[in-house]
Design a protein around this ligand. Structure first.
Ligand code: GDD
Ligand code: MG
Length: 370
């Protein structure tokens, strides 16, 4: 069976992290999010994967190539303008078989695919939608089912007074190709707001497959952050490039003997952790990072090639690639895009979101948030 992964969204809620990088390429434990998803599909014996892309397609193709290195064969279908979730699948229709899997490209899940596919076949469904329980269904697609597990209602982003269940669309579908007959070609079309409701209206067999397996949509910085924490704490059963609850150190990295590192933490390759650095987990440090003397890092995610100056303090923050957090500065509860400089001694406003390439603090007194 082939799988199609939707990776064409703009990642708006994750800005500034997604200005230069597609959401699917954001590092999770120092490897692109999508790599986890592709390795998982390969583990199920799924060898042919179609990636439907829009915004920022080059970084994905540049990293994954033909997929051979990851045990799969990849095909890229690029949209000139966003076609929406169902429109994107329609656009790739000629590459799909009679039955296929569709995955939202920003969901990390341990959902067991084999029984879901079996369930779909046994029910003779045209579409089977995976479900997961969440605390706040208003952020997702709410799904009501009848006692036989058949979907009776689909409500995308319900308002609080419309909540009747905590079960939502978990973003993995098994579909029969004929459902795409209801999608006009080259037209923006949504599974959630158009195709699924219309299948229900016409009485087609749409089933729900609930699962308590680990699940996280990384659409918001706090969810992206939480996924990294959960993985470091061993809350998913998938193989990860770190030892749960410990400090894992990448090849070629050096830690000064006076540094104090408390896990769980993952430090990438070729990092330099200087004297008297204090790191308290959960923390992820990318490849080629340098942490100078006395820097304090608490519960933070730092991407590749970033420099943390002496005596700085970084707490509960996400720092993009190639940043310079200069000596003595303080970054708290903030999200910094790529190549940001925080000038020496600057105390960044709590809750800042800093756009790529900006310098904040110092003589030019740059704005913290734009
Ligand atoms: N190719 C392509 N083209 N992909 C798209 C497009 C498009 O026009 N629009 C969105 N996508 C991709 C996104 O990149 C993402 O991987 C996936 O489709 C879902 O889009 P999101 O923007 O992340 O949607 P959401 O998180 O608000 O809601 C969706 O996911 C929830 C579960 O995580 C819906 O499917 C909800 O019903 C669901 O509960
Ligand atoms: Mg999402």
């Amino acid at each position: 069976m082939k799988a199609l992964i939707l990776v064409g969204g703009q990642g708006t809620r994750l800005r500034p992290l997604t200005i230069n990088m597609p959401k699917a390429m954001m590092p999770v434990l120092n490897r692109p999010f999508l790599e986890h998803a592709i390795r998982r599909l390969a583990g199920y014996g799924i060898r042919e994967i179609i990636l439907t892309q829009g915004h920022l397609s080059q970084p994905i193709e540049g990293y994954f190539g033909d997929g051979g290195q990851f045990g799969v064969s990849l095909r890229y279908v690029v949209e000139n303008s966003p076609l929406g979730t169902a429109g994107a699948v329609k656009n790739a229709e000629k590459h799909l078989g009679d039955r296929f899997l569709v995955l939202n490209g920003d969901v990390f899940t341990d959902l067991d695919l084999a029984p879901m596919i079996r369930f779909h076949r046994e029910r003779k469904a045209v579409a089977t939608i995976s479900l997961t329980p969440v605390e706040d269904p208003t952020r997702y697609g709410l799904i009501e089912t009848d006692p036989s597990g058949r979907v009776s209602r689909f409500l995308e982003k319900p308002s609080p007074d419309q909540i009747t269940t905590d079960m939502i669309n978990a973003g993995t579908y098994v579909l029969e190709r004929r459902v795409l007959d209801g999608v006009p070609p080259q037209t923006q079309w949504s599974f959630e707001r158009q195709l699924f409701p219309s299948l229900l209206e016409s009485g087609q067999r749409v089933f729900a497959y609930p699962s308590p397996a680990y699940w996280m949509d990384i659409g918001h910085p706090k969810d992206y952050f939480q996924l990294n924490i959960d993985l470091l704490k061993g809350r998913s059963s998938q193989h990860i490039p770190a030892r749960p609850d410990e400090v894992s150190l990448g090849e070629g990295s050096q830690v000064d003997e006076t540094a104090r590192l408390t896990g769980p933490a993952l430090i990438g390759r070729s990092c330099r952790i200087g004297p008297k650095v204090t790191m308290s987990g959960p923390t992820v440090i990318g490849d080629n990072c340098r942490l100078d003397e006395g820097a304090i890092i608490e519960e933070s995610i730092i991407w590749h090639d970033t420099h943390i100056g002496a005596g700085t303090r970084v707490v509960r923050s996400i720092i993009g690639e190639g940043c310079h957090i200069e000596a003595g500065s303080i970054v708290n509860d903030s999200v910094l895009g790529d190549n940001v400089t925080v000038a020496a001694g600057h105390r960044l406003k709590v809750g800042s979101r800093v756009w790529p390439g900006k310098t904040v603090g110092g003589e030019d007194k740059g704005d913290d948030t734009a």
